[in-house]
Design a protein around this ligand. Structure first.
Ligand SMILES: NC(=O)c1ccc[n+]([C@@H]2O[C@H](COP(=O)([O-])OP(=O)(O)OC[C@H]3O[C@@H](n4cnc5c(N)ncnc54)[C@H](OP(=O)(O)O)[C@@H]3O)[C@@H](O)[C@H]2O)c1
Length: 309
């Protein structure tokens, strides 16, 4: 018995020593430069999308208010947003990035080059630039940020979509030529605040813009048309809209949660000689598939053109 007690005491002593050692080791270890909790983040162009992101970072405690600074174009809006969000909001982009490790670019695509020219005195390859401006290439951002530099500034492009407002967005991310894996992890952690993320090659970013960034508008038109159809066959509008929206949500969840191919799920709804196949016949005659494919192609093409000015 006594021996056993002594053993436990010794064990406890060993544990205390180990914990103290661990604490000391943690204290002496160099700070992790990619730790988001230590980062200073500037969101330049805190409009619709920038505002959605900022509020999600704060709400989900990904960043504290003292880690964030934002900019907008109009001083009165800066004042109002500062009061609303409880963070520093200014119109001075250069001042906003002076202490920032991570800089999010949320102005319109045509404004990105000018904004980067303004920031140049404060930019160096120790900062991470994350642009969510549609179409603007990482190479163009690298060159506009530090022209002719043999070591480009790390640049990540992100393409979120508006369901981000509810945390139901999807963001595609791609890296420029000088991005560390930890930096793509940082960007992923930031954009996961507003939904899912996927990493793609930059060559796919215009396609992403045409599909998931423009896509919500296409889905709203489908949804609105389904609701109109409900009204046409006699349903009250509010019920028709609810039926259409929940059907869209449920169908999307079936694809995501089961992992089944959409065609397989469609076949499961379509009983031989039933109602659905008659509806499908109309859809095919009306060219819904081809129309949607062309809509995404056109939007992706337009995204390519935007990059060229
Ligand atoms: N909305 C989307 O669905 C979506 C999706 C993916 C990507 N994006 C991209 O997100 C970017 C912004 O789009 P948005 O829809 O959020 O537009 P937005 O609401 O018009 O936001 C733009 C913001 O930029 C600010 N701004 C303009 N010039 C500035 C300057 N020189 N310095 C600092 N701030 C400045 C504006 O300030 P004021 O408020 O004072 O005018 C505004 O707050 C675009 O590049 C777009 O391609 C948008």
């Amino acid at each position: 018995m006594t021996d056993h007690k002594t053993d436990r005491k010794t064990e406890a002593k060993v544990e205390v020593k180990t914990a103290a050692e661990a604490k000391a080791a943690a204290k002496s270890a160099p700070p992790n430069p990619y730790d988001l909790k230590r980062a200073k983040v500037a969101v330049l162009g805190a409009g619709k999308m920038g505002g959605i992101l900022l509020q999600a970072f704060l709400k989900q405690n990904i960043l504290r208010p003292d880690q964030l600074v934002a900019t907008v174009a109009h001083p009165d809006r800066a004042l109002a947003l500062s009061a609303q969000w409880g963070i520093e909001v200014t119109t001075d982009n250069l001042a906003a990035v002076r202490d920032a490790n991570i800089i999010l670019l949320g102005v319109k695509p045509f404004q990105v080059a000018d904004l980067l020219a303004t920031l140049r005195p404060a930019l160096d390859p120790s900062r991470l630039l994350i642009s969510f401006a549609a179409s603007v290439r990482t190479s163009a951002i690298e060159e506009a940020a530090i022209p002719g530099s043999p070591k480009p500034i790390p640049v990540i492009r992100a393409m979120p979509n508006t369901p981000s407002m509810l945390g139901a967005g999807i963001t595609a991310l791609c890296s420029g030529s000088n991005v560390a894996p930890q930096q793509i992890q940082q960007a992923t952690a930031l954009f996961e605040a507003v939904g899912r993320t996927v990493i793609v090659d930059e060559k796919h970013m215009d396609a992403v813009t045409g599909l998931s960034a423009s896509g919500p508008a296409f889905i709203y038109i489908i949804l609105e048309s389904l609701a109109e159809a409900g009204v046409k066959v006699g349903l009250p509008r509010d019920i028709a809209t609810l039926l259409a929206a929940q059907t869209t949500l449920g169908s999307a969840r079936m694809v995501l949660d089961t992992g089944y191919h959409p065609a397989l799920l469609k076949d499961a709804v379509t009983t031989p000689a039933g109602c659905t196949i008659d509806g499908i016949l109309e859809l095919e005659e009306g060219g819904l598939r081809v129309t949607l494919i062309k809509a995404v192609m056109r939007a992706a093409q337009r995204a390519k053109e935007l990059a060229n000015g």
